[in-house]
Design a protein around this ligand. Structure first.
Ligand code: NCD
Length: 337
């Protein structure tokens, strides 16, 4: 696809070479994201960051990615701090904010809303999550993480065995990830969820049509025994009719060190889009996994910056200029990566 000037609304936009292109630009962003070098390639550019649902990683990493390329960020968070609370339409908001920004990152609770917003916008819009529908930049960073983790041990995305665990009905990260996985070959996918929270049928069918072996189950332990990746998710409480209904599913699938040791192959990579729900009744990924070297969740969150930098550089068409005026950082950077 042509990235310069394009919206990023769904992973369905991508073909395999597009993914490979994004990943190779993301690799080139590492010295900047890891504070070894500074670039000012987007000096003067403005990101409009509009998050109408709670967000920590996605919102902050979009902002950091833009800052690390030298651009500025203007944010609005929550409906209550925006003119939408006064009855303004998404159309009007898009017309206005796109006059103030060079690119917009947006999250909204309704499926399809970011695409509606993009139709009215005068600048590219990146979907930071629209209801239970899609979260394309998260799927890209998840896949980038999978690739990095399995490559280190001689594996590849093709032929991967992956378990997706938890709320597969409302989890937009797993919806986008499954669609993206259809671009690869011969995967075995275990979809582990309560019956009522199964992956939407159309996504399961799309994966089967792509030639993947897909198994749907509500049994955790037997189905994480032979996987390269165990990807856990949070019960998406905010998408249920009531908190009480969500609570009936919380804590159903818990992965902890004991279960991992007893059931998983020794190098199974543990992922989660985060936030993990660490309240006692939930605890889908126990804190006792924190010292497990295969717990990739924080590497996964770090990778969000690389992938989002790549998207900005490609959409604003500066990939070849990033290194041009790079300099070394002058402050203490430590060894956090
Ligand atoms: C996810 C989301 O918002 O869809 N979080 C994220 O962006 N990393 C997953 C979640 O909230 O459970």
């Amino acid at each position: 696809m042509q990235f310069a000037g394009s919206h990023i609304l769904s992973v369905n936009q991508f073909q395999r070479p597009d993914i490979e292109g994004i990943f190779s630009v993301a690799d080139r962003m590492r010295p900047y994201a890891h504070r070894e070098k500074v670039t000012r390639v987007l000096d003067g550019a403005i990101l409009g960051s509009m998050f109408f649902e709670p967000s920590t990683r996605t919102r902050v990493s979009f902002g950091c990615a833009f800052n690390l390329l030298g651009g500025q960020v203007r944010e609005t968070t929550g409906f209550e701090h925006s003119a939408i609370a006064k009855g303004e339409s998404l159309y009007d908001t898009a017309r206005v904010i796109s006059g103030y920004s060079d690119v917009i990152a947006m999250r909204h609770p309704e499926s399809g809303s970011v695409a509606d917003f993009a139709r009215a916008s005068r600048v590219p819009v990146i979907n930071g999550g629209d209801g239970a529908n899609e979260h394309p930049s998260q799927a890209l960073l998840d896949l980038y993480t999978i690739k990095s983790e399995v490559q280190g041990r001689g594996g590849s995305i093709d032929n991967l065995r992956i378990a997706l665990i938890g709320d597969l009905r409302f989890g937009r990260t797993v919806h986008s990830l499954c669609r993206l996985l259809c671009l690869f070959d011969d995967l075995t996918v275990y979809l582990i969820s309560p019956q009522e929270l199964r992956m939407p049928e159309d996504i399961v069918e799309t994966m089967r049509s792509a030639g993947h072996k897909v198994l749907e189950t509500d049994e955790l332990e037997a189905n994480i025994a032979h996987v390269d990746i165990a990807y856990s998710t949070r019960i998406q409480e905010e998408r249920f009719d009531s908190k009480e209904e969500a609570a009936t599913y919380r804590g159903r699938f818990r992965l902890n060190q004991n279960i991992y040791t007893r059931h998983c192959e020794p190098n199974t990579v543990i992922m989660h889009p985060l936030p993990r729900d660490s309240r006692a009744g939930a605890n889908e990924l126990d804190n006792d996994l924190n010292d497990n070297p295969n717990l990739a969740i924080f590497r996964q969150a770090d990778n969000g910056v690389l992938v989002r930098m790549a998207l900005f550089a490609m959409i604003l068409d500066v990939v070849d200029q990033v290194d041009r005026e790079a300099r070394s950082v002058s402050w203490y950077i430590g060894s956090r990566y």
